[in-house]
Ligand binder design. Sequence first.
Ligand code: LLP
Length: 418
Amino acid sequence: MHHFQYVQGRLCCEGVRIEDIADRVGTPFYLYSHDTLTRHFNAFHEAFDGIDRLVCYSAKANSSQAILTLFARLGSGLDIVSGGELFRGLTAGFDPAKIVYSGVGKTAAEIDSALEHGICMLNVESRPELELINQRAALMGCRAPIAVRVNPDVDPKTHPYISTGLKKNKFGLTSQAALDVYRDAHRMTHIDVKGIDCHIGSQITEAGPFRDALLRLRGLIDQLAREKIAIRVVDVGGGLGITYRDEQPPHPKAYADAIREGLAGLDVRLVLEPGRVIVGNAGVLVTRVLYRKEGDHKSFMVVDAGMNDLIRPSLYDAHHDVWPVCEAAGRRPILADIVGPICETGDFLSRDREVPDAPPGDLLAVMSAGAYGFTMASNYCSRLRLPEVMVRNDAFDIIRKRQTYDDLIAGESVPDFL
Ligand code: LLP
């Protein structure tokens, strides 16, 4: 459920017409619905009622300060993967004790910063990383709370680029390797073994893989208990999918039931790291049609947003619905590729499918762009990063300004020896 709906043929975000925002802000821009964000977070959190849990919103899905601040105020924790996300999270007001840190390549400086702020736990992905964390904690005179990320080798049945829990992926450790690392960690003076972690992939649309992953973790948790290594936190990662087209992912409640089942009988705190399911359908990318072009084989609609603004179609062949911002009576959808201004064949927002028949000047909304949209955007071709707008009821606010040409070259310098 989201709050992008037509009222008298005009697409609105909550109580605001999108065309009115475009008049003020120009195009393209990202647009988010405050009520959708709030509703999605609360629905997810409440699905786990009765369980001791900490929902750590995954910053990588959308890390804009306004969005992070909203989730911090709703009581969320934060899943981070870099020092930059830690900085963003702390600036947005997250309690460090609710921050979990995953990722295969944490640097010494990032580990130091996480330890200094007293985050909830670092999810360790390799033995050398564990050793480094132990060393850094020793220098700081503290004990680092850790979980070991286990790679349960289950197939999440999603795009190969976003599968993470298969043996061939770079993430986590096999159960056997994890057991060895736990034994070492247990002996290290500056490590506090707190939990176990896994994250099997993203845009997962069935509950089964989550259940299977948890069952595999159980075996390890039991073995650790026999060795007097107590696991107090089980972090099941993120990954719950959303509807982009016709996918029918489990409702958070059904997902929660699968997790509940997997945890039955354990006295642990549950950590969850949802990203896409909270923000994905709470945002759209609004773009304007610049030109129509008839090729020999295809029709093209050239718009002012490109792959640098939303890379998911190019990178994963991902489907994003495209809706007209103003419905025109009697116009039938047409077969055309919606392409951006970038000099790459991969620069498309939709390909080989029916799209609204929109003449130059019309606005289009690229749906489900709230997750991995702005966060994966780049300045490729020296295109300016887009503004972001948040709507709440009848009001909207520009939560990020459009970049300027001066922003483009800020921080650059030309050496004297030229
Ligand atoms: N936790 C960890 C350790 C992760 O690596 C991720 C996502 C999440 C949580 C959040 O997953 P979510 O609930 O959003 O599925 N750029 C891709 C998605 C990459 C996901 C990377 N890790 C896309 O646009 O589909």
